[in-house]
Design a protein. Structure first.
Length: 291
């Protein structure tokens, strides 16, 4: 037996007609009739007598309705209880972002959020690949992207800039205005070839001058800090290190929007909404982002 057929039976019993049940369930007339006929065939009894004035329960129908009378209330009660849980700022949130955003922007904010909401536990997935929010690999994402997925709910909190930096130690024996092509460089490897900075570096610098490559922007930062060459670094990351010097203004073509993303099904879940609103408020006011 398909238990959802019982929902149609109860709707007809309560409404007294197929049309009333269809309106209550927001389905068409034929769907209600088909489900009712299937239930009667499975049980081998008639559940209603059809009259011009409507549908009247048979004795078998009255017995079934009596047995099911409390079920609807229990289901409604369970739904209210679950809804109530979703309306409380408690439970687990699986949040994914990149190592760069965690290191430069998110970690202190998440610590503050958890102090404000101690009943929320955070599962942090630090990953440079896009986890699927549609398949619930994560509940929320904070991502740098100029083309966020259309199937997610998103809010842009600003743009993160990229500029060329080098360490003071590396620059100590270099001319003040050394052309880009004459510097040694730290660059991204093929796993980050989709980034605009990879195309910029390829256009500006001969490949043989890029002596160090990394699959992580945080790894690139550390290499530049150690004097292994100049590199295109995210400004919020580089600004935290006094030993780094910015060699030119940020490249506007390399600006990346920062998005808060979540699945539409989670938009009314209180803990998700609370974290999203909190991060939006804080990041939208962060002077390290361009607004």
């Amino acid at each position: 037996m398909d238990w959802s057929d019982l929902q149609y039976f109860l709707a007809v019993a309560q409404g007294g007609s197929i049309s009333q049940a269809a309106r209550a369930l927001r389905v068409n007339h034929s769907t209600v009739l088909r489900r009712l006929q299937r239930l009667e065939a499975q049980l081998g009894v008639a559940l209603f007598q059809r009259h011009a004035a409507g549908y009247v329960l048979t004795q078998a129908g009255e017995e079934l309705a009596g047995r099911l009378g409390g079920v609807g209330e229990q289901i409604d009660g369970a739904g209210r209880q679950l809804l109530g849980q979703d309306q409380q700022v408690r439970g687990s949130i699986r949040l994914t972002s990149t190592d760069t955003l965690f290191n430069s922007l998110l970690t202190p904010l998440l610590a503050e959020f958890q102090r404000l909401h101690p009943q929320v536990s955070l599962q942090l997935v630090i990953n440079n690949s896009f986890l699927s929010l549609t398949q619930r690999e994560a509940d929320m994402a904070v991502r740098g992207s100029n083309r966020p997925p259309d199937n997610l709910i998103g809010r842009c909190v600003g743009r993160i800039q990229t500029a060329v930096y080098a360490s003071r130690a590396y620059l100590a024996d270099k001319p003040a205005q050394l052309p880009w092509a004459e510097h040694l460089w730290v660059g991204a490897d093929e796993s980050l070839a989709h980034l605009e900075q990879s195309a910029w570096l390829a256009a500006q610098v001969p490949d043989e001058r890029v002596l160090t490559r990394s699959d992580s922007l945080v790894g690139m930062l550390e290499c530049v800090r150690q004097g292994m060459g100049a590199g295109l670094l995210l400004c919020p990351l580089a600004q935290a290190h006094a030993e780094l010097v910015r060699l030119a203004d940020a490249e506007p073509a390399l600006d990346t929007q920062v998005w808060l993303l979540s699945h539409p099904d989670l938009r009314k879940v209180a803990r998700i909404r609370a974290l999203s609103d909190f991060l939006y408020q804080r990041l939208s006011a962060d002077p390290r982002l361009v607004h």
